[in-house]
Design a protein around this ligand. Sequence first.
Ligand code: KG4
Ligand code: ZN
Length: 343
Amino acid sequence: MIKKQGDAAILAIETSCDETAAAVVVNGRDVRSNIISSQIDLHTLYGGVVPEIASRKHIEKINQVITEAMETAQADWRDIDAVGVTYGPGLVGALLVGVAEAKAISYAKKIPLVGVHHIEGHISANYIENKELKPPFLCLVVSGGHTHLVNVADYGTYEILGRTRDDAAGEAFDKVARAIGLGYPGGPKIEKAAHRGNPHAVEFPRPKVSDGEYDFSFSGLKSAVLNYLNGCQMKQIPIIQEDIAASFQKAVTDVLIGNAILAMDAYGVKKFAIAGGVASNGTLREGMRRACEARGVEFYHPSPVYCTDNAAMIGAAAYYEYIAGKRSGLDLNAVPNLKLGER
Ligand code: KG4
Ligand code: ZN
């Protein structure tokens, strides 16, 4: 592998949910390979992620995915300076596969091990294509499991300003998609249907949390959609999937953008980033771009492939942990409810 003196190459592994992923990343920003084996088709049969199936598939795929990541990067084990792995949060059985694999490589090849927080990975996805981006900045992390508004004070230093009190934004997309018969995964299907719908057809609520300025709550919005569907059924009004998708998407993104603006104004930041699976949503990206532009704030977002789960983002996060001297021992364990900033 082509590598200059002083470069640090990370082999990164991600298995926290339903993608088995491995990547080789140099200096946190230069992605030499990014291999993702998605299980979406399998889980679609059941309408959501089945943890048992996820773990079993990770075991089947992990070696193949790592071999492919090493080969694509033309990397030799001697090129790898550290193994970075997601150890939480996520599904415990799924996380364990990646953690056990990373520990085995670290032990057998005598390569340092660096445990990475999954959300830190999502945030760090922004470093890959935005070479000039450096902390401090604010980041809205919106995925299937998390909705966090984070102050990225420095590499590895995070302050959570707001979080969801109930459902994550992606979870709301997935649940509403199922309710209107679009299936799994909900986010991309709602976005596609919404293109043909009217976002003002149904005025769904924009829930506010009274005692947490930057907190979110999406379960009320999900209930409002379910109530609307019941109402239509009772009154025998036909359900227009596209209109509900567009109206729901508008409500969720209005709330996300609203809190992002509050934080942006209060913190007087110059840079704002978004991350996580929902960050690939066009309405959210466009709304955030406009909000940032109006305030003279630089807006950052990863390409869709780096928004949803991948290992390149874990390699980016692991690099900054690695150069800060952080190492994990062979006693590293999966921590399904790991908090950001905790180790
Ligand atoms: O980050 P991610 O791959 O996994 C987690 O860490 O949770 O996010 C997956 C979530 C799912 O809920 C999915 O429906 C949502 O991201 N998502 C989207 C879009 N693409 C994925 N939500 C809205 N619009 C999209 N285009
Ligand atoms: Zn994720």
